[in-house]
Design a protein around this ligand. Structure first.
Ligand SMILES: [Zn+2]
Length: 431
């Protein structure tokens, strides 16, 4: 077969191919049910038998030797132009309509946020809508990404530690292992909660139940790592030291229960709900931090020399106070409602502050674990499986049970959920 014949045969072969092109987003509630049109089914066909130029792909009209040898520069240019025309797609195939956004008066009360006027997603979004909406600018987008990206940062730090420490057999590292697992889990859970919180009123509550549960478990991770690595020397082997982890497990029960319960008071008693939720997270934080604060005070009094670990712990405390302030104050959007709907509202700043604080805390814990190893192993208790991984497993089971108890009424007896974005709805409200 000649070169020309081969090329033509190749062209005919390719003519049989059909190319599935991009799907077309038709918006929520489109006839296809989930918003995607028949875009996947639309094909562009190569049909060399058709004579109209728009449908024909004449790139292979010239044998290769002709293009290359017979002064093919002009031919080549022509081929390129034809190729460019051939891959031009119908404009509607490239259109991509993102989910519609709503203003505050168009969504049920349960979805409304103080000081946020616009950028709300549909309150009955599908899971796919929710995932897509994370790539669209709405009032939750930054909330999603400010915890999703740090998840990968903490995972990377965890992987580096896995390559340098022996988490499997060195029980001294187990408190850090628990801490690192939970510092990865809490921002990821929060990111998922913000992503899928607009599927329905019930799903919104359940999403945030998991968010609170993950934060609660993170407080346990802090307690376990502080109990073994950060405790001031004069408190090692005291009653508080020996009971630090069991009390912290009790704190997770208190924290998850109270924070989940507070959601049911939000619409009727918003201030009481906010106060209860703040107390739910502040109590474990104060308990975890007391040994650290005492150690810092001892250092300020000249009883120890300042270390790099302590400066990290101090930065962590500063960001922890800032986080608490942002959570309760709702600034700046309270001063200028509608101006910070997409960028700069308090929940985004709260996320960023929490992550930066967690970073300094992690560095402080790692520095203490490394620098105090010899002293702690000589004077303290060797971390046990039950006091570290076992405590996490027990607390995880209890907290999942609590979330199940609070979720059951929503799943079994769902209150009337909004089918329309402007209809009113049941119950309770997010953060
Ligand atoms: Zn959040």
């Amino acid at each position: 077969m000649s070169m020309q014949g081969s090329v033509l045969a190749l062209g005919k072969c390719l003519a049989c191919l059909e190319f599935m092109l991009f799907p077309v987003w038709r918006g929520i509630g489109a006839s296809s049910g989930i918003g995607w049109s028949q875009g996947w089914a639309r094909c562009l066909k190569w049909d060399p038998n058709r004579t109209d130029l728009a449908a024909r792909i004449p790139v292979f009209d010239y044998p290769v030797w002709l293009v290359l040898c017979r002064g093919g520069r002009a031919r080549l240019r022509e081929v390129c132009q034809r190729g460019r025309g051939a891959i031009r797609l119908p404009t509607d195939m490239l259109s991509f309509k993102l989910p519609q956004l709503f203003d505050i008066h168009q969504v049920p009360k349960v979805f409304r946020e103080d000081g946020i006027i616009s950028g709300y997603r549909h309150p009955r979004s599908s899971a796919l809508d929710c995932i897509l909406s994370s790539f669209q600018m709405n009032n939750e987008t930054i909330n999603i990404w400010t915890h999703f990206l740090p998840t990968w940062y903490f995972l990377w730090r965890f992987c580096v530690l896995c390559s340098t420490l022996n988490f499997l057999t060195d029980s001294y590292t187990w408190p850090l292992l628990v801490y690192m697992m939970l510092i990865c889990v809490y921002p990821f859970t929060s990111s998922c909660a913000h992503t899928f919180s607009t599927m329905s009123a019930e799903s919104r509550h359940i999403c945030y139940f998991f968010d609170y549960g993950a934060l609660s478990l993170y407080s346990l991770g802090c307690a376990i790592s502080y109990g073994y690595y950060v405790m001031p020397e004069c408190w090692v082997n005291t009653w508080l030291h020996q009971h630090f982890v069991p009390i912290a497990i009790g704190n997770t029960v208190f924290c998850t229960s109270l924070s989940c319960y507070s959601r049911f008071l939000e619409l009727q008693f918003p201030k009481r709900s906010k106060a209860l939720r703040t107390i739910a997270f502040v109590v474990p934080f104060i308990f975890d931090t007391v040994p650290l604060v005492y150690r810092i005070l001892l250092c300020c009094g000249g009883s120890c020399s300042p270390t790099g670990a302590l400066s990290n712990h101090c930065y962590h405390l500063l960001f922890a106070f800032l986080t608490c302030f942002l959570f309760t104050a709702h600034l700046p959007e309270r001063l200028a409602p509608g101006c910070f709907d997409y960028f700069g509202h308090s929940h985004q700043l709260f996320h960023v502050s929490a992550v930066v604080g967690s970073h300094f805390q992690m560095e402080g814990v790692i520095a203490d674990m490394t620098s105090r190893r010899t002293w702690l192993l000589n004077h303290g208790m060797m971390p046990s499986f039950l006091g570290t991984i076992g405590a996490l497993a027990i607390s995880l089971a209890i907290n999942l049970g609590i979330i199940g108890i609070f979720s059951a009424p929503l799943l079994w007896k769902p209150c009337r959920s909004p089918n329309q974005p402007h209809s009113s709805t049941c119950g309770c409200k997010e953060q």
